[in-house]
Every structure is written in C-alpha cells, then in structure tokens.
Design a protein. Sequence first.
Length: 212
Amino acid sequence: MRINILLFFILISTALFAQENDSLYLDSNLIQLSGVVVTHEELEPMPYTTVFDRSQRRGVIADYYGYFSLVVLPGDTLFFSYYGYKTSSFIVPDTLKDNRYSIIHMMHEDTLNLPAVVVYPWPSREDFARAFLEMKPYDDALRRAQRQLSGESLAFVAAKLEGDASLAHGYLQNQQYTQLYTNKQLPVNNLLNPYAWAKLVKDWRAGKLARE
C-alpha cells in the first residue's frame, strides 16, 4: 500500500515538473510582433486591416494608422486581408533571438471584376407597363432643349423679364446719341428712309415679321 502511494506521488511530481518546463519553454519562445500595414504603391497606411494568425487561430485588427501588435510563436503564418487588396501572408522567422520583432508589411491592390447590375426605375412589372404605355418616344432631352431654345421661346421669356440697369443705361445712351445727331433740326423720319424700307422688305421676305 505504501509503495502504491509513493509511486502515485512520484508520477504527480513528474507531470508537474514536465508541465512547468513546457510553460517555461513556451514563454521563452513567445514573440511580441508589431508592425504597420501600408500600400505597395504610395506607402500609405491601411487602417483597420485584418491580421490573422492561422497557426494560433486568432488575430487582431490594425488601428486607423495601420498599426497592429500581437503575440506569436516562431514559424507562425500570418494572413493580412483588406477589401480591394490581395490577401498576403507572412511567416514569423524561427531564428529570432529577441522576443520582440517589428515589420512593415506592404499589400498589393487587387482588381475586382463584379457582375453587371442593371438598375430599373420601376419597382414592379405593372409600373413598367404603365410607364411604357404612357411613354413619349420623341420627347427626348435634345428635342426639349431645341424647343426651349427656339426664337419663340426666348422671345416669350424675354418679354416677361423686366429691364435691368444695363438695359436702362443703353436706352438712355441711344436717346442722347439721337439728340446729338438731330441737334437743332427735325428728328429723323424713317418713313422716307430708303434703307429702313429695304430692311423692312428683307425682314418680311425672311418671315421675321410673322414670327414676331
């Protein structure tokens, strides 16, 4: 009976000693890995990049400046992932003599080929059918612009506008020039002016009088 109890204590002591040695071995191999994730082209920091240790099945997220820090073991494989960039990896060297290690990890931009998406302005087929039946095929943007910029439309809009300071100044200058031109004589009578009659006939033939 005493021999069995003695053997039991010996086994427990051996297991505790082995466990203590393993913990000391693990603690001596732990590495505080820190670094910054940047772009490959402009070396800009990449905020909130995911850093995952596949060997230990845990990870961290970099801060706004792309800085990260985590505890790893020699030989661990780290994966860096960021939306729009290729997922890259980094293997912790197993020849490190210090328990601290710093890196600058660069990531390459990835080209994403997304499927084409067609956005329709109608929420249902019934709305599409109603819009299709009420559609005016010739009332496009170009025809509307031509109609709104026509002479009749511009003249109609100009008739509604009140005279501003520049128009009043121009009208006053024309009156002053007319007074200087006909100083101390009768005003000009365009009824007997052949150039005025020629312009009237020319405008009438061109159809300008009808549109006005």
